[in-house]
Design a protein around this ligand. Structure first.
Ligand SMILES: Cc1cc2nc3c(=O)[nH]c(=O)nc-3n(C[C@H](O)[C@H](O)[C@H](O)COP(=O)(O)OP(=O)(O)OC[C@H]3O[C@@H](n4cnc5c(N)ncnc54)[C@H](O)[C@@H]3O)c2cc1C
Length: 261
């Protein structure tokens, strides 16, 4: 039986951060609620709902874009300015109703290990911008922190540091390719590989379904992967699929045969 005593709907980010700081009981940030609500921990006493805090801004500048944490997946699916790789990965995340609720902030904080969207964000060189509650007047303290997405995913909760994820910034240029294996074409991928060749010709490769969160990988080190196993795929199967799918997306990018085996 959950114990929610207080529900807050702050009208500004500053108000949200102050509420997070002042919260006496166990608190939780509510974004789209598609993970939080079904799994609401019965210790949670205070909810800080971000839907009115002005965190849904989308900005584009030469070769980059900024996605506010409360941006719904469907907003990017419908935005012709966004990279095709990102629009397709957001579309594949779940059914239409889910896409109108789930937010980019929630997807990144939750970072489901088989989710293709965080892998797409990794190859688009995404940075995660965290806002921290105002430091105690007597202490020096940062009010903001920026992580590369791969660093942020090493430990989401610690890196959030009682703050909130405000926005993501990413690169929009370059060639991209994605491939996945799943039980059915519409099913969540068991393993997905996403690659991007940026304007400088650097190759970025990321995988989902092979570690506790989606990860950036070096194409020459796929043999060292130790994927978790589950009913959808053994560790060996997932490693083998990682190699096959990585070769497929890299070939697509480089238009040349690349023998990974
Ligand atoms: C039908 C369905 C399909 C799904 N498919 C996928 C999938 O394909 N891939 C996938 O990755 N997940 C999937 N999920 C799981 C989940 O819904 C998402 O990972 C994600 O959490 C959705 O974001 P949300 O905005 O609903 O987050 P919430 O449920 O609102 O929040 C998720 C967590 O993130 C925290 N949080 C959210 N926003 C912020 C913020 N700005 N700052 C700090 N903390 C924050 C919350 O406190 C909570 O702990 C699915 C869920 C359902 C119900």
């Amino acid at each position: 039986m959950n114990k929610i005593k207080l529900y807050h709907r702050p009208q500004t980010v500053e108000e949200a951060l102050q509420l997070l700081l002042d919260a006496e009981g166990n608190k939780a940030i509510l974004a789209g609620g598609t993970t939080l609500i079904p799994r609401l921990d019965d210790q949670i006493e205070e909810i800080v709902d971000l839907q009115n805090a002005g965190l849904d801004k989308l900005e584009y500048a030469a070769g980059t874009m900024s996605i506010g944490a409360m941006t719904r997946l469907q907003t990017i699916v419908d935005d012709p300015r966004a990279p095709a790789l990102l629009r397709e990965a957001a579309r594949r995340e779940g059914p239409n109703t889910f896409r109108h609720a789930a937010t980019f902030g929630g997807i990144v904080v939750n970072a489901h290990w088989e989710s293709e969207l965080p892998a797409a964000l990794l190859v688009l060189q995404t940075e995660v911008h965290i806002l921290l509650p105002p430091p105690h007047p007597l202490t020096e303290g940062d009010s903001a922190q920026t992580f590369s997405l791969s660093d942020f995913l090493t430990h989401q909760v610690k890196n959030l540091n009682n703050g909130l994820l405000a926005c993501l910034t990413l690169q929009t240029g370059g060639q991209t390719a994605a491939a996945r294996v799943a039980r059915t074409p519409a099913d969540a991928p068991i393993v997905a590989a996403v690659a991007r060749k940026d304007e400088a010709g650097h190759i970025h490769l990321a995988l989902s379904g092979v570690a506790k969160t989606p990860i950036p990988v070096n194409p020459d080190e796929l043999d060292s992967l130790a994927p978790p196993a589950d009913f959808r795929g053994s560790s060996e199967y997932r490693r083998e699929m990682a190699k096959v799918l990585s070769a497929r997306v890299l070939n697509e990018l480089q238009g040349q045969e690349r023998k990974i085996r």
